[in-house]
Design a binder for this molecule. Sequence first.
Ligand code: GLY
Length: 349
Amino acid sequence: MVTVRVETEAAYDVLVGEGLLSEAGERIRSLLPGAEMLCVVSDETVDALYGERLAESLAREGFAVFRHVIAPGEKSKDSAHYLELLNTLAEHRLTKSDAVIALGGGVCGDLAGFAAATYLRGIPYVQIPTSLLAMVDSSVGGKTAVNLPQGKNLAGAFYQPKLVLCDLSVLDTLPEAFWTDGCAEVMKYGVLEGGELFDHLEERGVDFDRAYVIPACIGIKAEYVRQDEFDTGLRQKLNLGHTVGHGIEAVSEYEVSHGRAVAAGLSIIAGAAVRAGFLRGEAAERIRKLLAKCGLPTETTYSLEELLLFLLRDKKRRGDSIRLIVPHDIGHCELHSIPVGELREFLAW
Ligand code: GLY
């Protein structure tokens, strides 16, 4: 097992290894000695696979457990589901010494985390991510949110979990499409970090050594979060490929998955970086080849005009400019503030 420490104001551990789900009870009990009741938030698919095993482990430690199960998919991450979860927590009379456990992918983690952040002005929560994407990204760093009709993640809070348990064995049941999707975030870390990690990914593609790569990605994220917990500068580098990616997701009305949109966004921003003279053509080519090797897209069928409408609404917009993370080399990316009036020319594809 590998432990990655996330040094936020209230520091916590991310544990990565095989079989951690069955040890969840003991590990949570040692962190929350006074907790009596736990609400496990999961979706129907994950609950059917792992809900019982987790509940048994928690019950062995004397916790009263109730399972709040949502439908799988992004539609469950809205204000109605958020209020329903808050009502459930209140009906079960959870107190500030009790806790919420998020068992699932990014939707469960974001929804459960935001409910934990706001119920009684904050009760403890633990992340048990079951998708690759949630393990390497959304479960770590305390970003919690729900979607509004106007856009994704528009209501949220920075609220760090008490613990993150990444049981690698649950990835065995992850459908291939979800694995590939999570790979886009992994490849993003490869481009941010370069070196051995990029070389390993370049050689192995989606068949990377998960016991090495997953803790490595979490470690990279933990370092950005340590330096910039509230996402005011450096942490934004984790959004490499995401500005264009979010635009693609939105234009497609979320038909294009997050990972595929981010992969296309990463390739498009690499192309823009080459044209602007920041990145060598062969480095961009290595990035594109890596994404293609993973079965991820390197372009979008949507036009720049279609995307611009959404890009200009992006959370990373500040007044008359938008922050983009631009690769200068593999292992070296910089934040650039691009005036809105120049965005069309900068990205043009
Ligand atoms: N997903 C990017 C971040 O947590 O900052």
